[in-house]
Each structure stands twice: as C-alpha cells, then as structure tokens.
Design a protein around this ligand. Structure first.
Ligand code: MN
Length: 399
C-alpha cells in the first residue's frame, strides 16, 4: 500500500507586503504558482492558474498517457483563463504566473511546468532539480555564455522567458516519474531557491523525516537569508509500507534540455527563414570569412540570438514591455532603452526608446559609470523621471 504525505506552506518573506505565491495540496494534485503583476494582480493570476489543476483532484485515469494529458490540458486551460482575465480587465493587464503542477496517478507522478518555480527529487541521497527554469539566465547558462555562479547574481536573473497568462499560447514542459519508496519531491517558488542553495535545501529535507518540519525549516532558512521575495514550498513524501525493496529500478525523468539545440531549432519554427536571411546578408556584407566553421558558428549565434529575442518578446513579451527599461548611453548621448541591457551574439536585446539630447558632458563624472552600466527603470515614466532627476554638472550639489 503506497502512501503520499504532502505538506505545503507559503510565507510573504521579509520585504514584500503581499504574497503573490500560491500553492495547492490536494489528494492527488500538488502545485506551486508564483504570480506577477502589480496591485494584487499577481495573486489573482496565481490562484486562478491553480483552479484547473485543482479540478483534477481525486480523478481516476485509464492509463498514464491520459493522466499526463489531463494535467497538461489543465495547465493550458490555466494559461487561457489567466490571459483572458488579463485581456478583459485593464487592472490585470500584464499579469502572469509560473505554474509547476504535479498529478499522482498510481505510482507515477506527472509534472507540467512553466516558468521558474522548480520541482526537485530527493532519491537515494541524490537531490536533483527535475524541471528546467524558463529564464533568460538559464538560456545563457545552456549556451555557455555565463556560469551557474554568475547567474545567481545576474542583474537579469528574474526575467522569465515563459509564463502562464502573458499570451494565449503557452509551451508546457511535461515529464513523468515512476516513484520509488522513499522518494521526496519538492515544489518551490524562486523565493526559496533565490536565497537558499540546493545543497542547503537537500540537507534540510534529508535531516527532517517529517515533511511538516522540513517545510517549516525551509521557509525559516529563506527568512533567515533575508527573503526578498515570497517563499513557497510543497513537500511530497512517498512511501510504500509493503515494499521495503522495490524491484523496479527504471527512472523516467525527462528534462527539456537533453537536446537544447534541437529544442531551439524546433521552437524557431517559422522564424527560421528570417534568421537564415539575416545570416546570409551578414556574411555577404563582411565577405571576408570563407571558413565553413566560422560560418556555422555565426549562423548558430545569429539563430540563437533571434530565437531568444523571439521567445523573449513573444512568450514573455508583456513582462519585458512592462518592466524592462533602462537609462543608458548611446555613444555620448543619454538615452532611454527598452529591452534588456545585453547582446546575444549579434542581436542587441535593447532598442533606443527615447533620446534625451543630454550628453556625458552635461552629467558629473561620478554619474558616468551608472549610465555606462545602464540604470534600470520600472517603466517608461520611471525612466523619464530618472532622466529628469539626473544630476547635472552645472548645479552639482554636494551632499
Ligand atoms: Mn517569486
């Protein structure tokens, strides 16, 4: 007789005034959602996204494929619901949420996932993240452009490339896992993983046989580390009272990035032709590089850059449009950029949104590094405010 003990908790953290995370602990469905969007919209998005998953609780399925499909469909329904709400109500415009949802079907756990919340598995002393983060920094890691350590402090680490509710279409990661006695599953929001590293999380879980204590400890550890974000953890302890030693050893964990290039190529889809044209013209204009290897590398870089741009702009477009402005320099001139302060291959992810006519000569030297680095703004008005309030060389106050 198998049994699954599940405990979930959420905490507002040390900095935020509201909790936009939500979780679901049912009999057979378990999920975490991390909502985004101002004025309570994030809370609305997160809880609305959990509803179609909750509707599956207790349902019996004919076989594994139908259970997996039902979970996936619930996530697609969640996306349609949230994106429709965001479209219908101006106060919900731009809201979205992550969703990491699981469905227990017999001895199998089906997982459907969008965003940067995570699922981890602790099995035989091995703790592994089994979902992929749909974040900009994860793509940069996959492409070898930054290291995992650099990602942890990267200024754009909170930018997600996929979310529930930002577009009528969503690309859902699905995987299934044959559970073994003793397995522990953790679902959590980035409020935990952003401040507590995997090693510490694994230790807390391994040291606590009782899931309730383990979840409390996880949240306490996040709070002790400052908790700048809402923190949520759902822990599932799977046990089999009659089968101390299961004969089954097959583990079916499938993650997306086993073949990330094929994945990218597939996701590029109709944009491939555009990328190829760009690549050819770029090459022709240079006309100095007959090396096939260089050509292939350049193509790869250009295709990746465009793919990333497309994914960021379409899949996560509203987050970008709403959130990604910065004040920086184009040559000597101070300008407001829209996008991300970064170049991927030949593709610059930012464009000049507004010029100011202000040059470096107008600004005191101590402020130049700020402009060179790019000063992030919440939105276009915030960017304009930064420009208005920018120190001027003429009436530079000492304070
Ligand atoms: Mn979060």
């Amino acid at each position: 007789m198998t049994r699954l003990v599940a405990v979930g908790k959420t905490d507002v953290g040390k900095v935020r005034t509201s909790n936009e995370d939500a979780y679901l602990v049912g009999d057979s469905v378990f999920a975490v959602a991390d909502g985004m969007g101002g004025h309570a919209a994030g809370e609305v998005a997160a809880s609305a996204a959990l509803e179609p998953v909750r509707a599956l609780d207790g349902r019996v399925f004919a076989d594994a494929p139908s259970a997996a499909a039902a979970l996936r469909d619930a996530v697609i329904t969640a996306n349609q619901t949230v994106s429709q709400m965001a479209e219908d109500d101006p106060s919900y415009h731009g809201m979205g949420t992550t969703l990491t949802a699981t469905l227990l079907e017999g001895t199998r756990l089906h997982i459907a996932h969008v965003g940067d919340s995570r699922a981890y598995l602790l099995r035989d002393g091995q703790f592994s993240q089994i979902t992929d983060d749909h974040t900009l920094v994860q793509h940069l890691i996959d492409e070898g452009q930054i290291t995992v350590e650099e990602a942890a402090t990267h200024p754009q680490r909170s930018i997600i490339t996929r979310a529930i509710g930002v577009s009528p279409e969503v690309d859902v990661d699905s995987m299934s896992l044959e559970l073994q006695p003793g397995d522990v599953l953790l679902l959590c929001s980035d409020g935990l993983t952003g401040v507590v590293d995997d090693h510490a999380i694994a230790q807390i879980i391994a040291q606590n046989g009782d899931p309730d204590t383990a979840v409390r400890d996880l949240l306490a550890r996040a709070n002790a580390a400052g908790s700048p974000d809402n923190v949520t953890a759902v822990l599932l302890h799977y046990d089999d009272a009659h089968t101390a030693r299961s004969g089954r050893t097959t583990v079916a964990i499938r993650t997306r990035h086993e073949d990330s290039e094929a994945d990218w190529a597939e996701r590029m889809g109709t944009f491939g032709a555009f990328g190829a044209n760009r690549a050819v013209s770029t090459h022709a204009s240079r006309g100095d590089d007959p090396s096939l290897t260089r050509l292939v590398m350049r193509w790869t870089a250009i295709l990746f850059g465009i793919a990333l741009l497309v994914v960021v702009l379409i899949a996560g477009g509203r987050f970008l449009l709403n959130q990604s402005y910065f004040v920086g320099l184009e040559g000597e001139e101070v300008v407001i950029y829209q996008g991300i302060d970064m170049e991927i291959g030949p593709v610059d992810l930012a464009r000049v949104r507004e010029r100011t006519g202000i040059t470096l000569d107008d600004v005191p030297p101590w402020y130049h590094p700020t402009l060179e680095a790019g000063r992030p703004a919440a939105d276009i008005n915030d960017a304009r405010r930064i420009v208005r309030q920018m120190p001027q060389r003429e009436d530079e106050d000492t304070s």
